[in-house]
Design a protein around this ligand. Structure first.
Ligand code: FE
Length: 226
């Protein structure tokens, strides 16, 4: 189980502030932001990275690849039992069949939530995340408090996100690595019989695919119902 080197691991972080001029508010930068900025300047100066290429990379992950991809995977699994079985058996292939593959998604495992089991995903060492289906990781996913606390108290962490599950639900926490990344298959909300795949996808939140949230209830989907 090897982990990615933290420096190439976070090219998205290096570009987080890219294109914004915050020089006038330098004091507002965190130590991490300052380090990232210094590193990026050095890499650009040495000619190792092209700032425009970085912008394209960030733009792609922010706007073209994002949690809507994962939502389509989940909606397909909710709609098609054969696809669901395939997804649970060979997530990498089943996800790639919808066109979502590439860096950060080479080896995917899908974890199915049930009335008895709730899965949560973390990367305890850094921020490994299934980019092709979820895009860039949220800031809290990379934070030390989340990474340490979810392992110790997943129920408490979920509560902080605003969700409580019955006492008899078992929590399982999965530690992502650069080689193996997880996507949670949340439970299909009740009252969604007859929903189209597109309408179902609207109910799937990013956090429900990490395990720190649940899908929207079906009443929220009025208006997108098929
Ligand atoms: Fe990681």
């Amino acid at each position: 189980m090897s982990h990615e080197n933290p420096i190439p691991h976070d090219p998205h972080e290096a570009g987080h502030e890219h294109g914004h001029d915050h020089a006038h508010e330098g004091s507002a930068l965190s130590e991490m932001e300052l380090r990232v900025r210094a590193l990026e300047s050095l890499l650009v100066e040495k000619g190792y990275v092209d700032p425009q290429a970085l912008d394209v990379l960030i733009e792609t992950y922010e706007h073209q690849i994002g949690p809507r991809n994962g939502a389509r995977v989940v909606a397909r699994a909710w709609s098609d039992p054969q696809y669901r079985a395939w997804l649970l058996d060979d997530a990498t292939a089943a996800i790639a069949s919808l066109g979502y593959s590439g860096r950060g998604g080479e080896h995917m495992v899908v974890l199915e939530n049930t009335p008895r089991v709730h899965n949560m995903v973390v990367c305890t060492l850094c921020s490994c995340y299934p980019w092709p289906v979820l895009g860039l990781p949220p800031v809290w996913y990379k934070s030390a408090p989340y990474r340490s606390r979810v392992v110790i108290d997943p129920r408490g962490v979920l509560k902080e996100f605003g969700y409580e599950l019955p006492e008899d639900v078992e929590f399982r926490v999965w530690d992502s690595t650069s080689e193996l990344r997880y996507l949670v298959l949340p439970m299909r909300p009740e009252g969604t019989d007859g929903f189209s795949e597109e309408a179902l996808a609207e109910l799937v939140t990013r956090d429900s695919m990490i395990g720190t949230g649940l899908p929207h209830a079906s009443r929220d989907a009025q208006g997108v119902r098929a």
